[in-house]
Design a protein around this ligand. Structure first.
Ligand SMILES: NC(=O)c1ccc[n+]([C@@H]2O[C@H](COP(=O)([O-])OP(=O)(O)OC[C@H]3O[C@@H](n4cnc5c(N)ncnc54)[C@H](OP(=O)(O)O)[C@@H]3O)[C@@H](O)[C@H]2O)c1
Length: 275
C-alpha cells in the first residue's frame, strides 16, 4: 500500500475475506457477524440452533457480504471437528476465526457444582483451542506477512480481575482463554496468523438477560462502568473491524478490554442481586 490516503480508504474493507464466527446468531456473536458481513466478508456462523443461525443469516442478507448458517454443537471434540471439516469442504482458506460461543454458571461457593466446571471449561476453553488447532492449515493458507489471518477469542473482563459475581468456572475459563491467546500468538506467528482476545464488559445478550431485565440490577451494573453505560453493537463493530481490517495486521497476543473502563474498576455491582 503506497500512501496513507490509499490505506485509510480501504482500512476496514473485508471484501474477498472469509470468516467463521461461532455463536454468531445471537448477542455479541451476531454483533460481530453483522460487522463482518457489512464490511463485505463471507461469514459462516455456527451454533447448536440451526434455525437461529438461518434466521440471523436471513437478517443479514441485504448487506455487501454474505452469511452462511451451520448447526454445530461445540461441547465435544466431534462437534468441533465436524465444524472444521465443513469449513474445509467449502473453502480453500479461512481469513478470520472468531471463537465467540460461550456459557456461564453462577452459584454460591458452597454449592458450586462439579459439572459447572467441566461444561464451562469444555465450551469456553477446550473448544476454541481445538477449533484453532483444526483450522490452522486453512488459516495459514490465507495469511501473508503483510496481511496475516486473524484469530479473535472472546474473553471477558471477568477473566482479568475479580468482579464480585460468583461465576467461578466462567472467570477461570476466561482467564484461561486469555492465556491461550498469548500462547498461540507466539506459536502461530510464523504461519502469518495473529491471535488476539477481546475482553468485553457488560453487553446486552442472552447471557446478561438476568440483569438486563431487572432495572435495579442494570443500574447497579452501569454504575460500575466508568463510562456509565452498557456496551452497544457499534462498540463491538468498531473493534472487530479494526482487528480484522488491514489496521490490525501488526496486533497480536493482545487482550483488549472493551468495557467502558471497567478493567480498572473494582466490581460489577451484582453481589446484592445474586443468591
Ligand atoms: N454479554 C456480555 O456482557 C459478555 C461479557 C463478556 C464476555 N462475553 C462473552 O461473549 C460471548 C458471547 O456471549 P453473549 O453474551 O453474546 O451470550 P449469548 O447470546 O448467550 O451467546 C452465546 C452463544 O454461544 C452459543 N453456544 C452455546 N453453547 C454452545 C455449544 N454447545 N456449541 C456451540 N455454540 C454454543 C449460543 O448459540 P446456541 O444456543 O445456538 O448454541 C449463543 O449463540 C461468550 O463467550 C461470553 O462469555 C459476554
Amino acid at each position: 500500500m503506497s500512501t496513507i490516503s490509499e490505506y485509510t480508504a480501504s482500512i476496514f474493507s473485508l471484501e474477498g475475506k472469509t470468516a467463521l464466527v461461532t455463536g454468531g446468531a445471537t448477542g455479541i456473536g451476531y454483533m460481530i457477524a453483522h460487522a463482518l458481513v457489512s464490511a463485505g466478508a463471507k461469514v459462516y456462523i455456527a451454533s447448536r440452533k440451526f434455525a437461529a443461525c438461518q434466521q440471523a443469516a436471513d437478517n443479514l442478507a441485504d448487506l455487501p457480504g454474505s452469511c452462511i448458517p451451520f448447526g454445530a454443537d461445540l461441547s465435544s471434540e466431534t462437534g468441533v471437528v465436524s465444524l472444521a471439516e465443513f469449513i474445509a469442504a467449502n473453502e480453500p482458506a479461512l481469513h478470520i476465526l472468531v471463537n465467540n460461543s460461550g456459557r456461564s454458571w453462577g452459584a454460591a461457593f458452597a454449592q458450586f457444582p462439579w459439572q459447572a466446571w467441566e461444561d464451562i471449561m469444555t465450551l469456553n476453553v477446550t473448544a476454541p483451542f481445538t477449533l484453532i488447532r483444526e483450522l490452522t492449515s486453512l488459516l495459514a493458507a490465507s495469511g501473508t506477512a503483510n496481511d496475516p489471518s486473524r484469530v479473535i477469542n472472546i474473553g471477558s473482563i471477568m477473566g482479568m480481575e475479580p468482579h464480585g459475581f460468583p461465576a467461578y468456572s466462567y472467570s477461570a475459563s476466561k482467564a484461561a482463554i486469555h492465556h491461550i491467546t498469548r500462547f498461540l500468538s507466539n506459536e502461530l506467528a510464523a504461519k502469518h496468523i495473529t491471535v488476539n482476545a477481546i475482553a468485553p464488559g457488560p453487553f446486552p445478550s442472552g447471557m446478561t438477560e438476568f440483569f438486563i431485565q431487572d432495572e435495579k440490577l442494570t443500574s447497579a451494573v452501569t454504575q460500575g462502568v466508568p463510562l456509565g453505560r452498557l456496551g452497544r453493537p457499534e462498540d463491538f463493530a468498531g473493534l472487530i473491524l479494526c482487528l480484522c481490517g488491514i489496521s490490525g495486521a501488526y496486533i497480536s497476543g493482545a487482550i483488549i478490554p472493551l468495557d467502558g473502563g471497567m478493567n480498572s474498576a473494582r466490581t460489577l455491582g451484582l453481589e446484592q442481586g445474586i443468591e
